[in-house]
Design a protein. Structure first.
Length: 149
């Protein structure tokens, strides 16, 4: 009987409505991940370091400047490039923060600076998570865990 109900339900599903809703859900998930990664970029000073570099840099150079784990920085950069937050040149394997993006992500005096929004009360849970990640040495040390996939 249960199989009949499931097959009948599937037959009555409007595929276009399902697709539209899945797009909403995936967009929300993408936004949630982006919020976490923007918070991490702000907290570690990654955006400012990229702005201050003034040139395209490798993941190792960014990790060295910010005293973080290169592997996690590489994964963070890949996500940021996929989302358009930073740019990537596959030929040179270097990343850069465009001037326009730097105004939003790295210049606290800019009228369009937006990272402050990631520090609001709604992200208090991220602060708790951050404290835990710092305690286990996720970014600074040998014992890193994969958190960006």
């Amino acid at each position: 009987m249960e199989n009949n109900i499931n097959s009948q339900s599937q037959n009555s599903i409007d595929q276009k409505k399902l697709q539209n809703f899945m797009e909403v859900v995936l967009s929300d998930l993408g936004g949630a991940y982006s919020a976490v990664l923007a918070y991490i970029g702000d907290k570690l000073g990654l955006y400012k370091a990229m702005k201050d570099a003034g040139r395209p840099i490798t993941s190792q150079e960014l990790a060295d400047v910010t005293r973080t784990s290169e592997r996690n920085i590489r994964e963070w950069l890949a996500n940021q490039a996929a989302g358009g937050y930073v740019m990537y040149d596959a030929e040179t394997q270097r990343y850069w923060l465009p001037a326009e993006n730097a105004l939003v992500l790295a210049d606290e005096n800019s009228f369009v600076y937006s990272l402050g929004a990631f520090r609001c009360r709604t992200l208090r849970m991220l602060q708790r998570l951050w404290r835990h990640l710092e305690q286990v040495g996720v970014f600074h040390g040998e014992n890193t865990i994969l958190i960006f996939s």
